[in-house]
Design a protein around this ligand. Structure first.
Ligand code: GLA
Length: 661
């Protein structure tokens, strides 16, 4: 099952959002039908938070109200993305199964009154979740309105309870085989942590000081696998009654409790939620970052933006207004990168509840509002893009992305508290975005041969297989940039002996790192080519590589900072510090030039985003978004699918979708 099933059913791209009719009454439902028609909504996500209504007491279901809404939506021509409500168990569930509530590292058991209060390792929760998923599928599995199944909502909760501990031990036995192997892997000879029985092994609960790094990373891996197992159970309970595609919506960009590569392989259609944390151009760059990740988790296949905000951005404790036109620009930012539509949280702004100030397609003010007018215009625009369904994006550059490396960067006791995962990952993507280059993300163990340029900005942990794969990539003709502290540890969190990083990558890079030399807070250093750097430095020796820049001052004066090694048919660059923005952009420009990667649509000025979607039969579309305050001429006049008219320029802040010849 694939995205194609959904777009065939809709006759084009998806447009709509989360719909919570249970918060309203018949008068509003009537207006909803009318406004959805006006806005050209064709898909509504229903039932995400409806557990308390659907199962008012254990084992007793009330589906009548939902029947009514599904029939009404179907009559109004709106297809349904039907959710299982398991992200928010009702109060009766908590009281009947207190052991299924999550426990924090400090030992506090959480209770109901918010949402996401469940432990995926608790048998009572798993049973209840399977049961309601199966009951919904049995009732609605072939309902004519049903287009997509939406399991749960953003699996995010971590738990440290006894159920989690028991399941963790089972997982550890499978991974390590024996207690001896576990002791060896976690280095328990240090600090007298040697385990003599499996029962002694606990989740990472509160400790006096630093936790064991191997335990921390293994617990995150385990939790992701446990969550994936919980997803699979619901998916399979649904598949027993229904042939519609099944998904679970992933949360981007900052939360990292799941290995999203693994989830990408288990869903029929990758769906993501995206809420940028800054307005303006930062939000556009963040949109590209999220969308390129979503497409990559989908293995390059079309995917779907399941949620975004309409007219606001949550930024550091404030609900800031988006600029006029951002609703279209952000939505097209996703569609350009392979989203099969644009959906929002939520259709109608709630009058009460914890998210009553979160934006919606129909705001508190009602349809006579800027937001609803922009939403309606977007609905019109999306309807005009039906022919893009099924096409995707072909990137020539990639940024390496691995949850193991992220989790490894989260452990305590690394050489610098400024070593961070998400920041460098975003920065590497951003430097390509600024250069007009569309990038994929790839796992270090993926086949990378289709990419001419690969950036590895934040791989503190690199598996032996990953190191060998990167070496193969360079040998085969690729251009690789590896950044500081890469491959500091292997998959067990063990440091490499004899110099960093792992031997196969060292050979490809033609260098050997002898010592890490983190910098002080706010310390700035200068390299021989004039670039400035912060955060980190390294004492390294070249072993075949040429030195492109050295450190200028201090203990490292004269020693290599940036190197390049021609290896096999390719070249491997190593950057042992964190360059400032200008230095990093200059380095990216050199790498792009050397690897022959450039914008897909050359000739556009900075600040104009252009991405091409390719269909299997060779048709192509350029999606253009002008982030500049002035009009920009198009390389050549062309028909714009957004307006149906011929366009020769992009208005300030304007967008266009052009059929390519
Ligand atoms: C998420 C959730 C929604 C809603 C929105 C807005 O991503 O999935 O239920 O809470 O954020 O905050």
């Amino acid at each position: 099952m694939t995205a194609r099933q959904l777009t065939d059913r809709l006759g084009g791209l998806a447009f709509g959002g989360d719909y919570n009719p249970e918060q309203w009454g018949p008068e509003v439902w009537k207006e909803d039908d009318e406004l959805m028609r006006l806005a050209r909504v064709n898909l509504a996500t229903v039932g995400v938070f409806s557990w308390a209504l659907l199962e008012p007491e254990e084992g007793r279901y009330d589906f009548d109200w939902l029947d009514g809404h599904l029939d009404r939506l179907h009559a109004a021509g709106v297809a349904v993305d039907l959710a299982t409500p398991t992200a928010s168990p009702p109060p009766w569930f908590t009281l009947a199964h207190p052991d299924a509530m999550p426990v924090t590292p400090e030992g506090t058991r959480l209770t109901h009154g918010s949402r996401d209060t469940y432990c995926v390792a608790a048998p009572a929760y798993r049973r209840a979740a399977r049961r309601i998923a199966g009951a919904l599928a049995e009732r609605y599995g072939d309902h004519p309105a049903l287009a997509l199944w939406h399991v749960h909502n953003e699996y995010v909760t971590l738990c440290h309870c006894d159920h989690a501990a028991a399941a963790f031990r089972v997982w550890l036995r499978a991974r390590h085989g024996s207690l001896d192997a576990l002791n060896e892997a976690w280095g328990t000879a240090f600090w007298s942590q040697h385990y003599t029985s499996w029962e002694q092994v606990l989740p990472p609960r509160a400790t006096q000081w630093h936790q064991n790094p191997g335990l921390l990373v293994d617990f995150r891996r385990f939790w992701s696998d446990e969550t994936l197992a919980a997803y699979r159970e619901q998916r399979d309970a649904i598949r027993a009654h229904s042939d519609r595609p099944v998904t679970t919506n992933l949360m981007l960009p900052g939360y990292q409790n799941l290995d999203l590569w693994a989830f990408g392989r288990e869903v029929d259609l990758v769906t993501v939620n995206h809420y940028p944390s800054e307005p303006g151009v930062a939000a556009a760059a963040d949109t590209a970052f999220a969308a390129d990740r979503a497409r990559s988790f989908a293995g390059g296949a079309p995917w779907l933006l399941m949620e975004q905000g309409t007219n606001t951005v949550y930024a550091k404790g404030r609900v800031l207004a988006k600029e006029p036109g951002d609703i279209l620009r952000h939505s097209l930012g996703h569609v350009a990168r392979g989203s099969e539509g644009a959906l929002f949280f939520q259709w109608r702004q709630s009058r009460a509840g914890a998210e009553q100030w979160h934006s919606a397609m129909v705001p508190h003010a009602g349809p006579d509002s800027r937001t609803f007018r922009e939403v309606t215009a977007l609905g019109e625009a999306v309807a005009g893009l039906a022919e893009l369904a099924g096409s995707t994006v072909l990137a020539r550059a990639a940024v390496l992305h691995d949850s193991d490396a992220w989790w490894a960067t989260d452990v305590q006791g690394l050489p610098s508290s400024e070593l961070d995962y998400l920041g460098p990952l975003q920065r590497a993507h951003r430097v390509l975005w600024d250069a007009g280059v569309t990038a994929d993300f790839a796992h270090p163990e993926h086949d990378l041969s289709r990419y001419r340029l690969v950036l590895a900005p934040a791989l503190v942990l690199l598996s032996d297989a990953g190191a060998a794969n990167l070496r193969r990539y360079v040998e085969g003709g690729g251009t690789l940039l590896v950044q500081h502290a890469a491959g500091a540890v292997d998959e067990r969190m063990h440091s490499h002996l004899g110099g960093y990083p792992a031997a196969p990558l060292r050979e490809a890079l033609g260098i050997r790192v002898e010592e890490y030399r983190p910098l002080r807070e706010h310390e700035q250093i200068v390299l021989s080519d004039g670039t400035r750097a912060t955060v980190w430095s390294e004492s390294l020796r070249t072993e075949g590589a040429e030195t492109l820049a050295t450190y200028l001052h201090g203990m490292l004066a004269g020693s290599p900072a940036l190197t390049r090694h021609r290896f096999g048919a390719g070249q491997a660059w190593y950057l042992s510090t964190r360059l400032d923005d200008t230095g990093y952009a200059d380095l990216a420009a050199r790498l792009l030039a050397e690897s022959g990667v450039g914008p897909e649509l050359p000739g556009l000025p900075d600040g104009v985003e252009a991405v091409t979607r390719h269909a299997a039969d060779g048709r192509r579309w350029h999606v253009l978004i002008n982030h500049r305050a002035e009009a920009v001429p198009l390389p050549e006049p062309a028909n714009d699918l957004l307006t149906g008219a011929r366009a020769s320029e992009l208005a300030p802040g304007g967008c266009a979708v052009l059929r390519a010849h």
